[in-house]
Design a protein around this ligand. Structure first.
Ligand SMILES: Nc1nc2c(c(=O)[nH]1)N[C@H]1C(S)=C(S)[C@@H](COP(=O)(O)OP(=O)(O)OC[C@H]3O[C@@H](n4cnc5c(N)ncnc54)[C@H](O)[C@@H]3O)O[C@H]1N2
Ligand code: MOO
Ligand SMILES: [Mg+2]
Length: 398
C-alpha cells in the first residue's frame, strides 16, 4: 500500500495540460495568468501631485519667501501647465501632473489663501514633498506580475493599469463530479428511511470551483453496466472525473472495475491513511485523470484537500504551497500504522503559537463534525502517541 507522500507524488505526476485562452479582463478575476504583465509606461507615468494644495519652486521658499501669488489651477486630467513666474504658485489637485517649473507641493491645510495670495504657515517644508515622482514605483518594461500568478485584487488592478483589455489565462479544466450509490437521492427529494441525500458532490464543487475548475454534478447508480455506458461519454466530454463512493470492498463497489474496462489505468488503489484508505486514482493514455474518492464524506473531503486540490493547482500552473504547522493542544493516541488526518480546530496561543485542538468526531461518516473544524492535522504512521505541544502540518480549509 502506498504512503501518503507516495500517493501525492503519483497524483502530481499526472497533471492536466491546460491550454491558454485570451479572455476579457472583467471576467479574469481568480484566473491564472499565462503571459507576464509588464509596465507599458513608468509607474507613475509622470510626476504626480499627491496632495491638494499649491505647487511652488522650492528655491523661492528657501530664500524665505512665504507668500505666493496664485497664477492658475492645475487639475487632474490636464496636460502640465508651466509656472512662468518662479515667485508665484499654481493651485494643484491630487492626481494632476506637477506643473513645469515647480518641484514642491504644500497642502491646503498648511496654507491660508486670501485674495489670490497663498501664505505658507509652516516652516518644515522639504524640497519635492507631496510629489509622487515619475518611475519611482516601477520602470517602463519592468515585469510586474509573472506567469502562473492567480489574478487577485492587486493583479487585476495592475492588469487594468497596463491596458490588458484582453488577457491570456489558463483555460478552466472541465471536471465532472460524480456521486455513486443507490442509497443517495437528490437534495430536493425526501429520503425514504433507507436513503440519504447526496452531499459529497456539493462539497467537492465548493473546493474545486474556488480553485478555478469548471464543474458539473452528475449521479450514477450502483450498476456496473449503467456506469460504464454513462462514464464512456463523460470521459470524452471532461478533462477529469472525480467520483465519490464505490471504491471499497463491497459487492456494489464497481468504480475500479468499470474504470479498467473504460481504459483508465489504475495508478494506485489504497493509501496507508485514515480517513480515505480506499482512495483510487487512475489515468487514461489520452491524459484523462480519474479520482475515485472513498464515499464517506470526511474521507471525500480529506482526499479532496490532500490530493485533488494540489493536483488542480499544479495543473493550472499555480505553486503548491506547503501546509502550515501547528502544535497539538492535547495529546492524541492513534495506534494503527496509518497516517492519521486528525480533524482539528485552530487557535492562536497568547504568545502567538498556532494551536490545534483535536476534534476527532465519530469517524469518517461524521460530516457534521467538520462544521466545528478548521482543517486536518497530518500525524505520521510510524508512531502511536502524539504529545501535547508537538508540531505537525495542518491542511486548513477555512
Ligand atoms: N470490508 C471493508 N469495508 C470497508 C472498508 C474496507 O477497507 N474494508 N473501507 C471503509 C472505508 S475506510 C470507507 S471510507 C468506505 C468507502 O466506501 P466506498 O468508497 O465504497 O463508498 P460507498 O460504499 O459507496 O459509501 C460509503 C458511505 O459513504 C456514503 N456516501 C457515498 N457517497 C455519498 C454522497 N455523495 N453523499 C453523502 N454520502 C455518501 C454512503 O452512503 C456510505 O454510507 O468503505 C468502508 N468499508
Ligand atoms: O476512509 Mo474511511 O475513511 O476511514 O471510513
Ligand atoms: Mg462501498
Amino acid at each position: 500500500m502506498l504512503s501518503v507522500a507516495e500517493a501525492h507524488s503519483v497524483v502530481l505526476n499526472h497533471l492536466l495540460v491546460t491550454p491558454a485562452e485570451p479572455i476579457p479582463l472583467p471576467q479574469a478575476a481568480g484566473r491564472v495568468l499565462r503571459e507576464p504583465l509588464t509596465a507599458d509606461r513608468d509607474l507613475p507615468p509622470f510626476n504626480r501631485v499627491s496632495m491638494d494644495g499649491i505647487a511652488i519652486q522650492y528655491a523661492a521658499f528657501e530664500t524665505g519667501q512665504r507668500q505666493f501669488r496664485v497664477a492658475g489651477t492645475q487639475f487632474a486630467g490636464q496636460p502640465a501647465q508651466t509656472l512662468t513666474n518662479e515667485t508665484a504658485c499654481l493651485e494643484v489637485m491630487t492626481g494632476a501632473m506637477l506643473p513645469t517649473g515647480t518641484d514642491t507641493v504644500i497642502r491646503y491645510e498648511d496654507l491660508q489663501i486670501t485674495d489670490g495670495l497663498a501664505e505658507i504657515r509652516i516652516d518644515a517644508v522639504q524640497a519635492g514633498q507631496n510629489v509622487h515622482h515619475r518611475a519611482t514605483d516601477r520602470k517602463q518594461n519592468e515585469e510586474l506580475v509573472p506567469i502562473g500568478t492567480r489574478l487577485g485584487p492587486p493583479e487585476m488592478a495592475v492588469a487594468a493599469s497596463v491596458g490588458k483589455a484582453t488577457i491570456l489565462v489558463s483555460k478552466r479544466p472541465k471536471i465532472a463530479l460524480i456521486s455513486t450509490g443507490d442509497e443517495l437521492v437528490d437534495v430536493s427529494e425526501t429520503p425514504e428511511p433507507y436513503q440519504i441525500r447526496r452531499s459529497n458532490t456539493y462539497l467537492l464543487q465548493t473546493v474545486l470551483q474556488a480553485a478555478g475548475a469548471e464543474t458539473t454534478l452528475l449521479h450514477l447508480p450502483d450498476d456496473a453496466d449503467t456506469m460504464e455506458t454513462a462514464l464512456k461519454t463523460v470521459l470524452q466530454e471532461y478533462d477529469a472525473l472525480v467520483l465519490s463512493g464505490g471504491v471499497s470492498a463491497g459487492k456494489a463497489d464497481f468504480v475500479p472495475n468499470v474504470m479498467e474496462r473504460l481504459g483508465v489505468r489504475q495508478r494506485f488503489h489504497q493509501v496507508a491513511q485514515r480517513p480515505g484508505k480506499p482512495l483510487w486514482f487512475g489515468a487514461s493514455d489520452e491524459g484523462k485523470v480519474v479520482f475515485g474518492l472513498p464515499g464517506n464524506p470526511v474521507s471525500t473531503f480529506l482526499c479532496a484537500y490532500r490530493y485533488l486540490l494540489p493536483w488542480l493547482k499544479a495543473s493550472l500552473g499555480l505553486p503548491v504551497l506547503p501546509p502550515s504547522v501547528a502544535r497539538l493542544a492535547r495529546s492524541v493516541s492513534f495506534p494503527p500504522q496509518l497516517t492519521y488526518f486528525l480533524p482539528v480546530r485552530l487557535s492562536v496561543s497568547p504568545d502567538g503559537i498556532g494551536l490545534a485542538a483535536p476534534l476527532p468526531g465519530s469517524g469518517s461518516a461524521d460530516y457534521a463534525n467538520l462544521l466545528q473544524c478548521d482543517g486536518f492535522m497530518e500525524l505520521p504512521p510510524e508512531r502511536a502517541e502524539f504529545s501535547e505541544g508537538e508540531a505537525f502540518p495542518v491542511y486548513t480549509f477555512r
